[in-house]
Design a protein around this ligand. Structure first.
Ligand code: ZN
Length: 81
């Protein structure tokens, strides 16, 4: 499940557009977001990050978190390339 923005983002690490209705875009937005960055730096989830995930994904928030980590790694690799 993805949209035009997701297709563009595959080849551009810092692609700035998101479709609010697209879950893959939402995951990407989280991967770029400050709360995730704080959580990664701290080594555990900051409350703001967990709350935002729960708000966006409901019961699926843990699955979404795993997807955000994968997306974040992809973005960092794309930046390094
Ligand atoms: Zn998308």
């Amino acid at each position: 499940m993805s949209c035009t923005h997701c297709g563009e983002a595959k080849t551009r690490a810092d692609y700035p557009l998101y479709d609010a209705a697209c879950k893959t875009c939402t995951v990407r937005a989280f991967a770029h977001g400050f709360p995730f960055w704080q959580s990664r730096k701290r080594g555990s989830m900051v409350p703001a990050y967990e709350q935002a995930l729960r708000a966006a994904f409901g019961d699926g928030w843990m699955v979404a978190h795993a997807a955000v980590k994968v997306e974040s790694d992809r973005i960092q690799q794309a930046r390094a390339a």
